[in-house]
Design a protein around this ligand. Sequence first.
Ligand code: AMP
Ligand code: GLY
Length: 398
Amino acid sequence: MKVLLVGSGGREHALAWKLAQSPLLTALHAAPGNPGIAALGVCHPVRADDPEALLDLASTLGIDLAIIGPEVPLVAGVADELRRGGILAFGPSAGAAAIEGSKAFAKDVMEAAGVPTAATLAIARPPCVVKADGLAAGKGVVVCTTQAELDAGLIAVSAFGGSLVIEELLDGPEVSLLALCDGRDAVPLAVARDYKRAYDGDAGPNTGGMGTFAPVGGYDDAAVEELLAVVCRPVLAELAQRGTPFIGCLFAGVMLTADGPKVLEYNCRFGDPETQSIVPLVDGDLLEALAAAAGGELAGVSIRSEGAAVTVVLAAGNYPEAGDTGSPIHGIAAAEAAGALVFHAGTALRGGQVVTNGGRVLGVVGRGATLADAKAAAYAGVGEISFAGMRYRTDIAG
Ligand code: AMP
Ligand code: GLY
């Protein structure tokens, strides 16, 4: 099977790493990819958000399956364009991707499907949560417990343009549930926890994610299926009924409140950095499962996960305010030699040297039989790597 992977982050590198192990894979192409993916396949200088150029590339290469990583191209309709051109695609149509592209649309679907979520508030008054309606790279949400935070939050979120959603402030631990979907059926992956805040102790602003671990304790197969039945299956049914069936990875961000699980948001794609912890646990052929989902044939497919994984994101000094470019990165090979997986998220090659090229630069993944082993392996890998301004959380996985 010839695969085209669309995207250039740590999520795509993790997927590429797993796909490269599939006996079904005959060629791996990426658009645009990154220096880590380039070691596993052929990277093409085609932007992820250029639907016509992607279809052109897929047709020229004779691609059997396109896998679209990021939300921006999905919301813009890249999967529709590929399907119209006869390419099998793993990723939702623009109509289904609106579950992430618009918080107001997601609320409407949740209400129709009977999915528990935070109440929408008519008036912004602390405590509450202010959210940009549209895409904001994980940075369009401000939790406001005081009037001063609310005043600042309204200004910050308004900067994304578009309308705002004001929500009830919920409390509880969070989990990320990702499921492969074929429009009707859903197959869950290991439940993960994301560390969204910039600094240790969950201080500072929200980011795209500073680290993850999987699996989360207490989620055996029965508990995962129970959560899936509350937060995922009703939405799949609702989207199918609206004529926009969801084909791809449906990701529910869930808060485990005293009143039970409540959905904070849906994403229309694999989470990042969740995928960097979840994919290495998959015991089996992920490519076969993604192709089955894209083809509407998930019935009978299941995915087993083994062991535990912890991902620590190495970010630029000023992330999330700003990224960094051009700083040489040292020690990737040493971290890999120590047993860690190192996924490239925001890197570039300059004269043969890997340099920084973004906010979240690398994901360092440790694996082990237990979460404690995986955590030790991840931080041992982190200890080998350095670049100017490098910053990371020291408290991923407790
Ligand atoms: P979202 O992008 O909607 O998942 O929001 C990002 C983060 O903001 C979540 O992971 C939560 O930590 C926090 N958050 C979002 N909505 C709420 C809410 N209603 N109550 C409390 N925290 C929230
Ligand atoms: N880590 C959260 C996300 O992928 O949106």
